[in-house]
Design a binder for this molecule. Structure first.
Ligand code: ADP
Ligand code: TRP
Length: 333
């Protein structure tokens, strides 16, 4: 069976190094392994307060980031979730076979709903059901994401199994999460126990794809570490979350192992290591930012790429939704 690879990111704000190392970098490497569909998850983005004046531009920005990072629109289909109506339609059908108890256990829901879960919206609560629809609608075999999305994908597999079992069929493909590379969970630069996130309050906690060289140097310089030198062994590194995070980032950017990074920097001061890390980040991110800005100067070109991707997405999604509805017993021609 040929692979069908699907993934997406929300157009909530600028992408950061965690998005790049945890997901986007892997997407680029998968383009020759099967049919790739990379989506801008705008329906997911409205589950939290958002600005309707910037959503359209944020959607183009994410698409530009995919291309700038190396996704080739001639190989992969880039599309916009809200432009393919079948996502919302399939979500409703899947909602009827999704258990509240399981949704209540989703850690992302608990984090985002905060203390006042009673007031959280139904959209935020049912977020993982929409995500299951995103994946199942394309019969995706593999879904490249960062570690934090693993629980959502397990639920998508669960919902697919429920459908197959309830209707005594093998219709839906069970998607495999693809969580690859050394940096599947990049942590905040201010707190080694929190993941680097778009929604964290302090901008100093993350490296954005749009940060300039001076800001990247400053953020790494100020990154929290402990008073000891760079760890000189994996065991020592594993006891020190902030040091581990910086070594993990360096290794992922340089395509080296943590052992190799330790062999070079172990026992030395953090000053030099942070300088080298900033240089490496700038060398990776600056060309991406530059390409992104060039693409954004021509929004019509991005729109044309997305239109082409939307057409391909609809071509796959339409028949899958129709077949699922037939299996469920709906009147369908
Ligand atoms: P965020 O969590 O910053 O709002 P998204 O939810 O849009 O970002 O995530 C887009 C992709 O980036 C997902 O595949 C997610 O798993 C991955 N990702 C997000 N944050 C990190 C991180 N800190 N480390 C590794 N991967 C991450
Ligand atoms: N929930 C994902 C995130 O926050 C984004 C997403 C939406 C996604 N639909 C998807 C990822 C389908 C993979 C497949 O990162």
């Amino acid at each position: 069976m040929t692979k069908r690879i699907l993934s997406g990111m929300q157009p909530t704000s600028h992408l950061h190094l965690g998005n790049y190392l945890g997901a986007l970098k892997n997407w680029v490497g998968l383009q020759d392994e099967g049919e790739c569909l990379y989506m801008v998850a705008d329906l997911h983005a409205i589950t939290m307060p958002y600005d309707q004046d910037t959503l359209k531009q944020a959607t183009r920005e994410i698409a530009a980031a995919y291309i700038a990072a190396g996704v080739d629109p001639d190989k992969a289909s880039l599309f916009v979730q809200s432009s393919v109506a079948e996502h919302s339609q399939l979500m409703w059908l899947l909602a009827t076979m999704s258990q509240m108890g399981k949704l209540e256990r989703m850690t992302q829901f608990k984090d985002k709903a905060g203390k006042d879960a009673e007031r959280a919206g139904l959209g935020l609560f049912s977020y993982p059901v929409l995500m299951a629809a995103d994946v199942l609608l394309y019969q995706a075999t593999d879904v490249p994401v960062g570690d934090d999305q693993k629980q959502h994908l397990e639920l998508a597999r669960d919902i697919a199994s429920t459908f197959n079992h309830r209707y005594d069929t093998e219709f839906f493909t069970l998607p495999e999460p693809m969580i690859k590379g050394g940096a599947t969970r990049v942590m905040s630069l201010r707190d080694g126990t929190q993941k680097m996130s778009k929604s964290a309050e302090s901008d100093m906690s993350r490296i954005n794809l749009t940060d300039d060289a001076d800001l990247i140097v400053k953020k790494f310089k100020k990154a929290k570490t402990d008073p000891h030198p760079v760890p000189d062994s994996i065991d020592n590194m594993n006891e020190r979350p902030e040091a581990k995070n910086l070594i993990t980032i360096y290794a992922a950017l340089a395509d080296r192992s943590a052992e190799q990074v330790i062999a070079e920097f172990g026992g030395k001061g953090f000053g030099d290591f942070k300088k080298a890390l900033a240089e490496l980040s700038i060398a990776t991110l600056a060309p991406i930012t530059e390409r992104m800005n060039a693409l954004l100067a021509n929004p019509a070109e991005i729109d044309a790429i997305l239109e082409k991707g939307n057409a391909r997405a609809r071509e796959i999604a339409g028949p899958v939704l129709k077949d699922a509805m037939k299996i469920m017993g709906f009147w369908q021609k």
